[in-house]
Design a protein around this ligand. Sequence first.
Ligand SMILES: NC(=O)c1ccc[n+]([C@@H]2O[C@H](COP(=O)([O-])OP(=O)(O)OC[C@H]3O[C@@H](n4cnc5c(N)ncnc54)[C@H](O)[C@@H]3O)[C@@H](O)[C@H]2O)c1
Ligand SMILES: CCCCC[C@H](O)/C=C/C=C\C/C=C\C/C=C\CCCC(=O)O
Length: 266
Amino acid sequence: MDLTGKVALVTGAAQGIGRSFSEALLRHGAKVALLDLNMSAGEACKKALDGEFDAASSLFIACDVGAEEELKCAFKKTIELFGSLDIVCNNAGINNEHNWEQTINVNLTSMIRGTYLALDYMSKENGGKGGVIVNMASLAGIFPAAHGPVYTATKHGVVGFTRAIAATSKLLDYGVRINTICPAFVDTPLLNSVNQEQMMGRYYIFKDTVKKLIQHYGILDPSLIVQGLMKILQEEELNGAVMKITKSKGIHFEIYETALIQPEVK
Ligand SMILES: NC(=O)c1ccc[n+]([C@@H]2O[C@H](COP(=O)([O-])OP(=O)(O)OC[C@H]3O[C@@H](n4cnc5c(N)ncnc54)[C@H](O)[C@@H]3O)[C@@H](O)[C@H]2O)c1
Ligand SMILES: CCCCC[C@H](O)/C=C/C=C\C/C=C\C/C=C\CCCC(=O)O
């Protein structure tokens, strides 16, 4: 996919992986809607990006992805300003085992809603011209993380939903490729949650164990996750792929047995 002039929407764009995604998309000539709950970080991010790229190429939208109307409105604004939509990165996520209901809402419900909204605009079934959706999961979407059972559940949900909706898209010829990325630990502010009792909840006792895990497996630079995103955008055959990213193996894929014979519908 040539990214020049393409329109992307990135959630959780103010910092961490989402910000790195947004910078990379702008560098490749795309226009980017930067969605984030954190107004001050979002505005600071937009200002910094304007110093490097044409200010008209990006738009910051204050948006809580967990609030249905706010997310709908952000998609609408993006299309009103940029005229189309080609790429959606459902990236926003939290690690909060104390308020675990919020973790489900942000990490899983909003990923599903973001995918459906993206399909509303991009699916050929609705007169759209196709596109690519990337849903951020985690290695905790494949392996259980004892320090984060609800985080683990949401990321397993993201992986399962993405694989299933990608199969639907192929069967019904939506023209939209949908994939997921599962990184190990990445150098972003999210890792600070391990030191916060109000985030770790009853699993705060694992604080030092998690730090040892992180030390053992190493911390990935967000630029490697950007490389994963670019691979997904460029390799047209990728749909329903579960991309793992680790220090020891780099970018690679989870291989699953073919479980179902998909029905012919057309
Ligand atoms: N950092 C890691 O080790 C790691 C590893 C694997 C997967 N991930 C996943 O990658 C994604 C990005 O994580 P990160 O490490 O960049 O985190 P981060 O905390 O550094 O950044 C997340 C961004 O999302 C925003 N956000 C949070 N809740 C939101 C909401 N309700 N609405 C809108 N924006 C919201 C935050 O304000 C923040 O700007 C998450 O889905 C996370 O689960 C992170
Ligand atoms: C507690 C801080 C929040 C972490 C968020 C992140 O998404 C969590 C990842 C958790 C699961 C991964 C846990 C352990 C495995 C880590 C690395 C395995 C690497 C294997 C390899 O290098 O081959």
